[in-house]
Design a protein. Structure first.
Length: 203
């Protein structure tokens, strides 16, 4: 049985902006419950430590394409923007609950929120995405499926804009965007360490 769960709090807390100067997140949109042991990850002030020595090697048997295929198989057609944000939150909560990366490809802090460039290349110019032939959902093991299912239970009914606004309010995206004017293009990585550190703090 899946015991992973994102627990919502109030809309005011969800929308409260975070200070990028804070050493640790002080506002959370939710929390989690899991029987898995929790991970403590340190991130340097720039947020550039990828954390691979602390949270383990990146996923070797699954790719972002496999996770995208699984999400679309479960939820059906959705906007490309929504697919990107769901991939981000699946990666984030996998780092917390399962202490591992769900997929190996990097996530970047683009102006409109977190983006997996490898997936963007597959849907460039498309608004709606219904299937993902480049991926194989069967590569996800039971723990990975449980994590994605738990994320979808909380996030899948949210609008793409809601998900984008939420990611903008959270520290990992903010850290990667430091120094960039609002709306400016950027390709800085949202590191695994910054994601694990922030989402583990939501308790």
């Amino acid at each position: 049985m899946n015991d992973k769960m994102v627990l919502p709090v109030t809309d005011a807390e969800e929308r409260a902006p975070l200070s990028t100067d804070a050493p640790r997140a002080t506002v959370a949109f939710g929390t989690y419950a899991s029987t898995a042991a929790q991970t403590t990850v340190s991130v340097d002030a720039s947020g550039t430590n990828d954390g691979s020595a602390l949270i383990g090697a990146r996923a070797a048997t699954r790719s972002c394409h496999d996770v995208a295929a699984y999400i679309l198989a479960k939820c059906g057609a959705m906007s490309a923007m929504k697919l990107q944000k769901l991939l981000y939150y699946c990666q984030a909560w996998s780092l917390v609950w399962d202490e591992r990366a769900l997929f190996s490809e990097r996530i970047e802090a683009w102006a409109n929120g977190p983006v997996v460039p490898a997936v963007f290349a597959g849907h460039r110019g498309e608004y709606l995405v219904s299937t993902w032939p480049a991926g194989n959902p069967d590569t996800l093991d039971a723990a990975a499926r449980d994590t994605v299912d738990a994320v979808l239970t909380y996030y899948a009914d949210r609008s793409p804009q809601w998900l984008s606004d939420l990611a903008h309010s959270e520290r990992p995206w903010q850290l990667a965007r430091q120094g960039l004017p609002e709306g400016e293009r950027g390709s800085r990585e949202i590191t695994l360490a910054s994601m694990a550190e922030y989402y583990t703090s939501l308790e």
